[in-house]
Design a protein around this ligand. Structure first.
Ligand code: TRP
Length: 339
């Protein structure tokens, strides 16, 4: 039996989400989106644009709306295939917020208070420590549990939230009766975390005020090469992988490895006796060449809003069907009157 003849029933279900916070970075692409596309053949995948989670920090309404469609266009451009996977927007499936409430009532103040993301974000936005920020993990648990997802691809920064989803699922199952699957994290080995080009000890993030610290998915070739040329490295001039001592060069080597398939040893050989500037140029070119076709597709999807919206509508319908079934089960179990 060939790989694509495998029985669908046996396929595990994957759910993941990404916030529509403007153009994605190379870090988002390497750490999440690229893998989402790869998982489609082996799993039954649901991919969600987490617009409700985005509201936990202040948004400009028109921008959030635009970013949501742009996120969908980028996911399609990066290879998410709506014929294979369910691609949808979180707020288009109201059942997520319904389950969110039930799970809020089954999450403890102490548990939510211990979430490091809550603590970090509260410190970052002291003027807007809102209830949604606090109960963020309960909504994320709802996203996952409402589909009985088996596997949840998440970055390191979300593993604590995933653990809370398991705690809450377990509590609910024990209190009522077995209802939710226990979701597992799905962490890919390499390239899970791409670091800032300016401070390689920090994660690459679009919220960094220095635009040279990140590559955006729609940066043009010149910009990409310029940013890599300026990347902070070290002064010993040898292209060698050593994440602790040479975090800048090691980060660039990871990126080069991902786009060329060359392993660390091969990269070290290729640039033996050459300076950092040759290496940085090569990394920049490899990234620009890899992103070019995605950028082309992205422009094409963005120009065809009707198609993108149809994909999202279809995705929301399919997701709602699954989510609503779970919701009526849950409402019944907790004792809400159904007439
Ligand atoms: N909180 C995730 C992030 O910011 C996005 C997200 C929302 C998510 N719901 C999810 C990820 C469910 C995985 C599963 O990265």
């Amino acid at each position: 039996m060939s790989a694509n003849e495998t029985n669908t029933e046996a396929k595990k279900r994957i759910l993941s989400g990404i916030q529509p916070t403007g153009t994605f970075t190379l870090g988002n692409y390497i750490g999440a989106i690229r893998n989402w596309a790869k998982l489609q053949d082996d799993f039954e995948c649901l991919y969600m644009i987490a617009d409700l989670h985005a509201l936990t920090v202040r948004q400009v309404p028109a921008e959030l709306r635009a970013h949501t469609r742009e996120a969908a266009a980028m996911l399609l451009a990066a290879g998410i295939n709506p014929a294979e996977s369910i691609l949808f927007v979180q707020s288009h499936v109201p059942a997520h917020t319904q389950l969110n409430w039930i799970l809020c009532c089954n999450s403890q103040f102490g548990e939510l208070s211990r979430m490091t993301q809550f603590k970090d974000k509260s410190a970052k936005h002291p003027d807007n420590v809102n209830g949604g920020l606090f109960t963020y993990p309960a909504l994320m648990a709802a996203d996952i549990l409402i589909y009985n997802a088996d596997l949840v691809p998440v970055g390191q920064d979300q593993t604590q939230h995933l653990e809370l989803s398991r705690t809450v699922a377990n509590r609910f199952n024990n209190l009522y009766s077995p209802t939710f699957h226990m979701p597992e994290g799905y962490i890919t080995k390499e390239g899970a975390k791409i670091m800032s080009l300016v401070d390689p000890t920090k994660k690459m993030s679009k919220s960094d005020p220095n635009v040279n610290s990140f590559i955006l998915m729609n940066d043009d070739k010149d910009t990409i090469i310029r940013k890599f040329k300026r990347a902070v490295t070290d002064s010993d001039g040898i292209v060698r992988y050593d994440a602790a001592e040479k975090p800048g060069i090691s980060n660039l080597m990871c990126i080069y490895n991902i786009f060329t398939g060359k392993d660390m040893e091969a990269i070290e050989k290729e640039f033996a006796g050459k300076g950092y500037s040759d290496f940085k140029l090569a990394v920049g070119e490899a990234v620009a060449d890899a992103l070019a076709p995605i950028q082309g597709e992205y422009a094409r999807y963005l120009a065809d809003k009707k198609y993108v919206d149809e994909v999202l509508k279809d995705g929301a319908e399919k997701a709602s069907y699954l989510a609503n079934r779970m919701m009526s089960k849950v409402y019944k179990k907790v004792g809400l009157l159904q007439i």
